[in-house]
Design a binder for this molecule. Structure first.
Ligand SMILES: NC(=O)c1ccc[n+]([C@@H]2O[C@H](COP(=O)([O-])OP(=O)(O)OC[C@H]3O[C@@H](n4cnc5c(N)ncnc54)[C@H](OP(=O)(O)O)[C@@H]3O)[C@@H](O)[C@H]2O)c1
Length: 291
C-alpha cells in the first residue's frame, strides 16, 4: 500500500538490466572476433553540439570496451545534405562497418529522415529506418528501436508479467511510444499485452492510465504523469525525459513513487538499457554479416 511521506514502491533500475544484456553479448563478440570478424559500429556526427559529441564519445568508449572497432566520420556544422548522405554511403560500403549510428539531432539544414533513408537498413543500429519499423510491425527479425527494446528487457528482467496485462503508453512518438506499442503487442512471452496508446488526441487519457496495470510515460513532458493518474500498485516506467541544460526532467512526477507498486528511478531507469540494446543490435548486425 502507498504510504504518506515514504515510497513503498519497488525500484526498477536499468543498470543491472544493461549489465545482464551486455554479459550475454560478451561471448558472442568474442566468438565473432575469434572467427576473424571483429564487430564494427560506425558513427556519424554532424556539427559541434557538445551534448551530441559527448554521446558519441560515450558510445565509442563503450564500443572499445566491448571489443568493437568504431570508425567515425565527423562533418562540420555547415555540412550539406549531400555531404551527410555521402558519409552514410561510405559507411554502407565499408567492409569493417556492420552497423551505423547517425547522431541525432543534426543541424537545421540537414533532413535527418532523408539521411536515415540513405542508410542500409541492415546497418541501422537504432532500428528507426522505415524498413525496420515495417519489420517490427510485421514481426520480422531486424534491429528494434533501442529504448522500446530496453523497456521490454527491463520488465522481463524484473519478472513483471506483461503477457495478458493491460499496458497504457502515454505518447505515440516514433522513437518511443509507437514502436513500443508494436513491440509489447507482439506474440511473445515477454510481450503479448493489451496495449493502449494515449496522446494529445485523448484529453481524458488519465481514464486509461488509471485502469492500466503497467503505465509507460513516453511524452517528453516533465511531470505529466501524477499520482492521481495511477491505480495503487501499478508498475510505472518512465521513458520520456526533457533536459533543461544538464538537468534531467522526467515525465513521471516523483510523488508517483507513493502509489506505484514498482517504478523506474528518476535517474538510471530506462537510459542505461537503451545503450545496452543498441549494442545488441550492433552484435546481431555483425552476426548477420559474418554468417
Ligand atoms: N531514455 C531514453 O533513452 C530515450 C530514448 C528515446 C526517447 N526518449 C524520450 O522519450 C520521449 C518521447 O520521444 P519521442 O521521440 O517518441 O517523442 P515525440 O515524437 O515528441 O512524441 C511525444 C508524444 O507524447 C504525446 N504528448 C505530448 N504532450 C502530451 C500531453 N500533454 N498529453 C498527452 N500526450 C502528450 C504526443 O502526442 P501527439 O502525438 O498527439 O502530439 C506524442 O505522441 C522524449 O522525452 C524523449 O526524450 C528517451
Amino acid at each position: 500500500m502507498a504510504q504518506v511521506g515514504g515510497s513503498t514502491a519497488r525500484m526498477l533500475p536499468g543498470g543491472p538490466v544493461a549489465e545482464a544484456v551486455l554479459a550475454d553479448l560478451a561471448p558472442r563478440i568474442a566468438a565473432l572476433t575469434a572467427a576473424g570478424h571483429q564487430p564494427g559500429l560506425g558513427t556519424i556526427l554532424v556539427g559541434e553540439d557538445s551534448a551530441s559529441a559527448g554521446y558519441i564519445r560515450m558510445k565509442q568508449a563503450k564500443a572499445a570496451e566491448l571489443g568493437f572497432t568504431s570508425p567515425h566520420i565527423h562533418l562540420p556544422q555547415d555540412a550539406t545534405q549531400a555531404d551527410v548522405e555521402a558519409a552514410v554511403r561510405e559507411m554502407n560500403e565499408a567492409d569493417d562497418v556492420d552497423s551505423v549510428l547517425i547522431q541525432h539531432p543534426t543541424p537545421p539544414q540537414i533532413d535527418f529522415d532523408a539521411a536515415l533513408l540513405a542508410l542500409d537498413p541492415d546497418k541501422d543500429v537504432d532500428g528507426l529506418h522505415p524498413v525496420n519499423m515495417g519489420r517490427l510491425a510485421l514481426g520480422m527479425p531486424g534491429p528494434v528501436p533501442c529504448t522500446p527494446a530496453g523497456i521490454e528487457a527491463l520488465l522481463a528482467y524484473y519478472e513483471i508479467p506483461v503477457s495478458g496485462r493491460e499496458v497504457c503508453i502515454l505518447g505515440r512518438g516514433t522513437t518511443l511510444g509507437r514502436p513500443l506499442a508494436l513491440l509489447l503487442s507482439q506474440k511473445r512471452p515477454t510481450a503479448n499485452a493489451a496495449v493502449t496508446v494515449v496522446h494529445t488526441g485523448v484529453p481524458d487519457w488519465p481514464e486509461y492510465t488509471r485502469r492500466a496495470e503497467i503505465v509507460i510515460a513516453a511524452a517528453g513532458v516533465p511531470g505529466i504523469l501524477q499520482p492521481e493518474h495511477l491505480t495503487p500498485g501499478v508498475t510505472v516506467v518512465g521513458g520520456g525525459v526533457r533536459y533543461a541544460g544538464r538537468k534531467l526532467l522526467p515525465d513521471v512526477a516523483e510523488a508517483c513513487e507513493q502509489v506505484a507498486g514498482a517504478i523506474t528511478p528518476r535517474i538510471g531507469g530506462v537510459g542505461p538499457t537503451t545503450i545496452a540494446l543498441l549494442f545488441r543490435n550492433a552484435v546481431e548486425a555483425a552476426e548477420r554479416r559474418a554468417a
